[in-house]
Design a protein around this ligand. Structure first.
Ligand SMILES: C[S@@+](CC[C@H](N)C(=O)[O-])C[C@H]1O[C@@H](n2cnc3c(N)ncnc32)[C@H](O)[C@@H]1O
Length: 204
């Protein structure tokens, strides 16, 4: 059964989430890369939108864009709404949207927390709510580049045991294709202090 997973593994750490990201990753670069792939006319859902940093930047660049977030953590939803963003709250499970609603679904650092069953479930749900010519952008940790990155990855996994490590990312393309997507393409790696980050472009 799909469930909610705290951003940093423990609910008491959630208020420090933005700091952790700020300290650990080249956030602007990572957010901009994704923004560059979205068209201003796209209706966008950010799945697991957290504090809304990505949506806020997207809205600043295209104030008339139709965008919304979705999250299971009341603290995250409240924080993002305070920034003037439209964010839906739900308690995990089926996504609260009709079939083929969005041109683009984005999701960054969410799937790292999911079990195989949950990941497969959400790939299918995201496929369902995407328009036939839409796109799903998955951003997350993936295969480590080099020994230092592998060690950093292990430390992060040790601190946050709700992370599945970086192994599942190797299976995502297979599960994404099994969920009804036609193609999956992985970006070049981005090395960060917390591990190696990638985007996967998934086309229905
Ligand atoms: C590590 S944070 C990433 C936040 C944001 N995407 C970002 O890029 O900063 C993971 C987010 O996924 C949310 N989340 C966890 N389980 C979820 C689920 N089953 N459905 C939707 N969101 C979920 C958490 O509440 C949290 O806000």
């Amino acid at each position: 059964m799909p469930s909610s997973h705290p951003a940093l593994g423990y609910a008491f750490l959630t208020p420090f989430y933005e700091w952790a990201i700020w300290l650990g990753v080249p956030e602007k670069k990572i957010r901009r890369m994704l923004m560059e792939h979205l068209k201003p006319e796209d209706s966008v859902l950010d799945f697991g939108s957290g504090t809304g940093t990505f949506l806020k930047e997207l809205l600043a660049a295209n104030p008339s864009q139709s965008i919304r977030g979705l999250d299971t953590d009341p603290y995250m939803v409240k924080t993002a709404r305070k920034k003037g963003l439209t964010v839906d709250y739900y308690t995990a499970g089926n996504l609260p949207y009709p079939d083929q609603k969005f041109d683009a679904v984005t999701s960054t650092w969410v799937f790292q927390h999911f079990s195989a069953e949950e990941a497969l479930f959400y790939f299918q749900e995201i496929r369902r709510i995407l328009k036939p010519d839409g796109v799903f952008w998955l951003g997350d940790w993936g295969p480590s580049q080099g020994r230092v990155q592998t060690m950093l990855g292990k430390i992060v996994h040790w601190i946050d045991p709700t992370q599945n490590g970086f192994g599942p990312a190797n299976y995502w393309p297979e599960w994404i294709l099994k969920s009804g997507f036609r193609t999956v393409t992985r970006s070049e790696p981005i090395k960060t202090r917390l591990g190696t980050f990638y985007y996967w472009q998934c086309l229905p």
